[in-house]
Design a protein around this ligand. Sequence first.
Ligand SMILES: [Zn+2]
Length: 477
Amino acid sequence: MGGELNHPQRPGRISALGRWLVPVVLALQPFALPAASFSGLVYRVAPSEDLSRVVVEVRLPPGRPLPLHAPRGRTGSIRSLEDCDAGRVAIHRNRILPGSGEACVRYSYPLHALAGRQSPQVKKDAIVSTPREWLWIPEDASGLPARIELALPATMNASVPWRPVAPNVFELPPSPGSSAAAAVFGAFRTLQVPVGGTHLRVAAVDGPELHLDSEVVRRWLATAAADVTSVGGRFPSPEVQVIVQPVRSRGDSPVPFGYVIRDGGEAVRFLVDPERPLSELEADWTATHEFSHLLLPFVRSTEKWVSEGFASYYQNVLLARRGVYSEQEAWSRFHRAFLQAARVADPPPLDALHLRNFWEVRMLLYWSGAAMALKADVALREAEGTSLDEVLGRLADCCLPSTRTWRADELFARLDDIAGVDVFLPLFGAQMREPGMPDQDALFADLGIEPVSDTSVRLTGTGRLVAVREAIMKRSN
Ligand SMILES: [Zn+2]
């Protein structure tokens, strides 16, 4: 998908072409969007009524018969491959090779339901699949824009991460390709949840037995998205795709799972226990954490601690500002998490965290970056009269949503640039030099935070930065 448009790989060698060529004759079906009005790739995607397959037609720009591939697709699963204009089309080394000239290819591909812990079963008249299987794209499109038209049976709904430009017409932006995009087709509810100058495009997809309450889903997501809107003044990702599915939660959290996808657009998926009341959902940090990820561009996965850290920082701060946590509770949560992160045995340098077993180092992965975010926020508020909120709001104005992968040092250089002061890069440098969790004792003393046990703190009126401490947890508007 978008990730591959952005990060071209070397195309496979095209050889022994002749014996693979499959000439096909067929009738033309005109696109709803005339190709002449658009100079990039034009797709027409038509899921079948029974959700067993999708028919995809792709028209390439004249003179660009680029080989097509799909990161999770297999040519062995392709059916009815044909050239729309009765020309030649071939398959070779898991690629579709369109003919030359006005290349246009049509094929049918089975719709497979995503499965596993992150993708529980849905009711039988809907399917959650990944376009990584059935949307075949050029490996090296060199920034070629792509437009996708959905041709849906009358009663069918669709939820896709791509950028909407007209009813059922989307642009496929380049993207970092982090996690696999999800597309939902069939009978499910779509909700538009207004938030911070845009809206969330929500798909509420019931399971075979569990059903979501639309009003609860709408209000829960609106609350969490409003948390994140309050940081920079608007929600950082326009018309983000959100997919919500019901599960029974075995633990305390009514939202046992959530994650962000940046693959052909930005998206967030949640699993939520439909039997828990709205009040419990609104008191849970998961949705605020996930939406907070969108305050930063995608930072490469070897530096995941940055993105997890900033989202973890804001999950505490924003729930305190909303009144779910008292100020004391929010700082106790930081204290507890920082302590656990500091107790990770044999801590690796932060840029080697991803090489270790996730469960061994996860507290460091989530909270080392939160400690950095806290230090940056304090430094900005203390000396510069600004704040992390303000700097991230301006980052959103200049650079979000971003269609590419960033490096951490590049992100921090940009944030320093925006702040007009060197705060982030020096903190990043210091944190990279010392494996493990940075020490918080001096900072906590300055902020008037006194640990009283492993799990809780007392807030005092002494400490030169007490006013900064209070301002961080205070709602500013
Ligand atoms: Zn996260």
